[in-house]
Ligand binder design. Structure first.
Ligand code: UDP
Length: 402
């Protein structure tokens, strides 16, 4: 089995937590490496994001990252379609020069999906597409958001043409069926995973000392500074809780100089009188995050929408309860009343209420933390890699049978 993964717009090895590098980068990197450990050969194709990127980098045994020249490195999402043809040509040229023959193309996100349509045909390979997010679903969750007009028609083409679609949970399969007319039997539900070795419970007292927050109650948010993440709800909830608890909101992620959301959140905290209790840390590398998750009393994931909800899973893997929005993948990933709570509405009161319950009860927090860790272990990448290898194998067998 030989797989070409397409991850055109975000590099799986990029610095996480900034504009284009989030959950999808983590997902593609870990999936490719987990497959590599099972003896599946994988080439991950991305565009060259930095002038200094080497053409080919080893990511693990049998797993390579291939940088294809497609547009100037600093290009941003809105302009990336212009360079898709270069990306397709570059990937084809690489395969010819390398002598690589792929039986499956797995594309990630709609731009890669478009490239996947062409590459799968050129290579006579199966095309598996994972959207990670869908334009129509994002717009439903956040009607003020903006999407390129060609995105949704492109997603429809990919749905109609791909051999299989992979989603992280059943809810997403329903959305694909409802909004994109995807036949349910072509949509496989395969949850993503978490690196349970990196994300594990660390000593809470030591974690707090590192943050200089020994005497505070810590509420943590992690992610790109995007309005979709609704970190404003964490800031507003902290304002509601301040009479009862000494809370500090720690926000990890984003580019504090460039992201307008950083300014907006800072101004909100100021207007609510909690600016002194909100700390923006900017983007941090993955290795630093287990210390943050372990220092937190509660992790908040109040997003308008998440197709999976990796941050919630990382938090649970570190033994910290999560209060998340009852939306998308979060609704099944966080077990309400067991590993945290699901907030039924996007209001500061809903979040403050659940956080208050947790902060007031040490034994409950600890029990939920333990349950979260146990639950997260079922999402180890080795387990996920095994399911994916079986899935790709099944596609080949089904085709051979036809
Ligand atoms: N992340 C990180 N450093 C940061 C912020 C985020 O490593 O400063 C990682 C985080 O640990 C998670 C991913 O980026 O693995 C975010 O994934 P998620 O699916 O929650 O959000 P997305 O960015 O895909 O919307």
């Amino acid at each position: 089995m030989r797989i070409a993964m397409l991850c055109y717009h975000s590099c799986p090895l990029a610095r996480l937590g900034e504009r284009e590098a989030g959950g999808m980068s983590v997902y593609v990197r870990n999936l490719a490496q987990a497959l590599g450990r099972r003896g599946v050969r994988v080439d991950v194709f991305t565009r060259r994001h930095n002038a200094g990127d080497p053409p080919v980098t080893g990511m693990a045994e049998g797993v390579r990252l291939v940088h294809v020249d497609a547009g100037p490195p600093e290009s941003v999402d809105g302009s990336l379609q212009l360079y898709l043809a270069d990306f397709v040509d570059g990937a084809r040229a690489f395969a010819v020069a390398d002598g690589a023959a792929y039986d499956t193309v797995h594309s990630h996100y709609w731009l890669s999906g478009l490239a996947g349509l062409e590459l799968a045909e050129a290579w006579s390979a199966r095309h598996v597409a994972t959207f990670h997010t869908l334009a129509e679903v994002k717009l439903l969750a956040d009607p003020g958001g903006e999407e390129p007009p060609e995105r949704s028609p492109a997603e429809r083409r990919i749905v109609a043409d791909a051999d299989a679609l992979v989603v992280s949970d059943r809810h997403e399969r329903e959305l694909l069926a409802r909004h994109y007319d995807a036949p349910r039997d072509r949509v496989a539900v395969l949850p993503g995973g978490v690196d349970t070795g990196t994300f594990r419970p660390l000593d809470r007292a030591e974690a707090r000392r590192r943050l200089g927050l020994e005497n505070k109650r810590v509420l943590l948010c992690v992610g790109r500074l995007d309005p979709l993440k609704r970190f404003d709800l964490a800031v507003s909830a902290a304002a509601l809780l301040r009479e009862r608890h000494e809370v500090e909101v720690v926000v990890v992620g984003g580019d504090l100089e460039r992201d307008p959301e950083a300014t907006r959140l800072g101004a909100l905290a100021e207007s609510l009188g909690v600016a002194g209790s909100v700390r923006f840390e900017g983007a941090l590398p993955h290795d630093e995050l287990p210390w943050r998750y372990s220092a937190a009393d509660v992790v908040l994931a109040p997003s308008w929408y998440e197709s999976f909800g990796l941050v919630a899973l990382e938090a649970m893997a570190c033994g910290t309860p999560v209060v998340a929005a009852r939306t998308g993948g979060l609704a099944s990933l966080v077990r309400d009343g067991e590993t945290g709570y699901l907030a039924p509405q996007h209001t500061p009161e809903c979040y403050a209420d659940r956080v208050d319950v947790l902060l007031a009860n040490d034994a409950l927090r600890e029990a939920m933390g333990r349950a979260g860790r146990a639950w997260a272990e079922s999402f180890s990448w080795d387990a996920v890699g095994q399911r994916f290898a079986a899935f790709y194998g099944g596609l080949l067998t089904a085709e051979a049978a036809r």
